[in-house]
Design a protein around this ligand. Structure first.
Ligand code: UD1
Ligand code: MG
Length: 487
């Protein structure tokens, strides 16, 4: 017999009415992964021969999602939700005859760890059980199936809350709904299920009782970590699970050498990876495939989505999506990096700067109030405040090339497509429409003309005219010239 389970069946056909959502319950996300994604991840850790998700409500969307995130998973359709036992039957009907261990879990129990499933299976095997149920002791067992034991502590079976008598309702050991079964016992037990119960459903829980009645050993594997058995039924629970998952992720990272200044306001998806001595300041959110290399500082108040951060970089009050921030680069505060923004080593993107599909070369700086789109900036360049790369002519986007060691003067408009050669300058306030050769100074602005005395003539008596008069040392007729200068 293979050491891996023959199958893991993940039940996910239920409607999730209490979510009050147009999205199937198991597609709601916590920690950057759908609920079903978490369940499948734990199941896959067992490396089963078959991994089947039972789908029903919203099946098309759930199936499409699974094809995207876990193509090794197969789905079984349960048209009508006739109970958890029926759901497992639907799964087995899609599989060849199985031999060995079959594990059953739920699609809406996101904190369950693969390790816990592995321990459940190990206990199931070690004890030679026909069925082993994962249980937990909780303070409020209302609604759960209760584990009924005999006088010597052996598991007799599971009774659903709605079917339980008063003394059974006093039992605080609950059925998580997660089990390991011997495949043959499961098959026989499912074949014998009836709907003679308070809900008129085919209860998977009854297979545990029937396994015992027909002479098999039945066991319970109790976890002290009740979070791992908790399901999501509404958005209040969704938030609680998200918070707990995040707390666990952050604790794991802190143990790996990451400083998290304020765990309460720091959110890190399970898909993110962080290096040693990374510091996450308050209000930091790291999503998707984001990676942060050792020694980088992120935050406060920064959101990074699918963004790569190099060693020792510093990112303050920034929103970045699909950006690559090089080693020792400096970003923020108030910076927006959009897809394709690449900052090379020691580059800088400062306050109120937006960058898209552009590379800022090594040591180059875009310090203040600029938009850079579809541009290639060489190394050691400085882009003056309020420079805009005018990449869009209303119909198409065009590229701009700015060479090494260029000095773009403040408030330059670079009308793409345009190239500014290595070592060139542009004068502040220029509108650059033609290529600038290397080493040239491009001046593209109107010459200044001063109309002297204009304010005195056109704005006579105004505070400006008065200020000008004082500055020019003149006096009006009704006032003696001041001896001591302005007062
Ligand atoms: C079930 C257990 C109960 C256990 C509890 C743990 C049974 C009869 N009862 O109760 O002992 O304490 O889980 O949460 O098994 N599902 C299907 N198809 C169905 C019915 C359910 O796929 O026909 C799926 C649901 O989507 C859900 C899971 O199975 O993911 C559990 O269903 P739910 O109705 O929540 O189970 P409970 O009645 O709460
Ligand atoms: Mg139910």
């Amino acid at each position: 017999m293979s050491e891996h389970p023959a199958a893991v069946v993940v039940l996910a056909a239920g409607e999730g009415t209490r979510m009050k959502s147009s999205i199937p319950k198991v597609l709601h996300e916590i920690g950057g992964r759908s609920l079903i994604g978490h369940a499948v991840q734990a199941a896959a850790a067992l490396e089963p021969e078959h991994l089947v998700v039972v789908v029903g409500h919203g099946r098309d969307r759930v199936t499409d999602h699974l094809a995207e995130i876990a193509p090794q998973v197969t789905t079984a359709v349960q048209d009508q939700q006739l109970g958890t036992g029926h759901a497992v039957s639907c799964a087995l009907a899609t599989l060849p005859p199985l031999d060995g261990v079959v594990v059953v879990t739920y699609g809406d129990v996101p904190l369950l760890a693969g390790q816990t499933l592995a321990e459940l299976v190990a206990r199931h095997r070690a004890d030679g059980n026909a069925a082993t149920v994962l249980t937990a002791r909780v303070t409020d067992p209302t609604g759960y199936g209760r584990i009924v034991r005999d006088s010597s502590g052996g598991v007799l079976g599971i009774v659903e809350h709605k079917d339980a008598d008063d003394s059974q309702r006093g039992i605080r050991e609950i059925n998580s709904g997660i089990y390991a079964f011997d495949a043959a016992v499961l098959r026989a037990g499912l074949a014998g299920l009836t709907t003679h119960n308070a809900q008129g459903e085919l209860y998977l829980t009854d297979v545990v009782g029937s396994a015992r009645t027909s002479g098999g050993r039945v066991g319970a594997f109790e976890t002290t970590d009740a979070w791992q058995t908790e399901g999501v039924n509404d958005r209040v629970q969704l938030a609680a699970m998200r918070r707990e998952l995040n707390t666990r992720s952050l604790q794991r990272w802190m143990r790996e050498g990451v400083t998290v200044v304020d765990p309460a306001t720091t959110w890190v998806d399970v898909t993110v990876s962080l290096g040693r001595d990374v510091v996450l300041h308050p209000g930091t959110q790291l999503h998707g495939a984001t990676t942060v290399a050792p020694g980088a500082q992120v935050g406060p108040d920064t959101t990074l989505v699918d963004t790569e951060v190099g060693e020792g970089a510093s990112i303050v009050r920034t929103h970045a999506v699909e950006a690559r921030i090089g080693p020792e680069a400096v970003v923020g505060p108030f910076t927006y990096l959009r897809p394709g923004a690449v900052l090379r080593r020691r580059a800088k993107a400062g306050a109120f700067v937006e960058i898209k599909s552009s590379t800022v070369g090594e040591g180059s700086k875009v310090p203040h109030l600029s938009y850079v789109g579809d541009a290639e900036i060489g190394s050691g360049a400085n882009i003056g405040a309020a420079t805009v790369v005018v990449n869009y002519d209303g119909q198409a986007k065009h590229r701009t090339v700015i060479g090494d060691q260029v000095r773009v003067g403040s408030d330059t408009m670079l009308i793409a497509p345009v190239t500014v050669g290595d070592g060139a300058y542009t004068a502040a306030g220029s509108v650059i429409t033609q290529d600038v050769p290397p080493g040239s100074m491009a001046v593209a602005r109107a010459r200044q003309r001063n109309v002297e005395g204009w304010v005195e003539r056109k704005r006579a008596g105004s505070p400006s005219a008065e200020a000008a008069r004082r500055a020019l040392g003149r006096h009006t007729d009704d006032q003696e010239p001041s001896q001591g200068g302005p007062q």
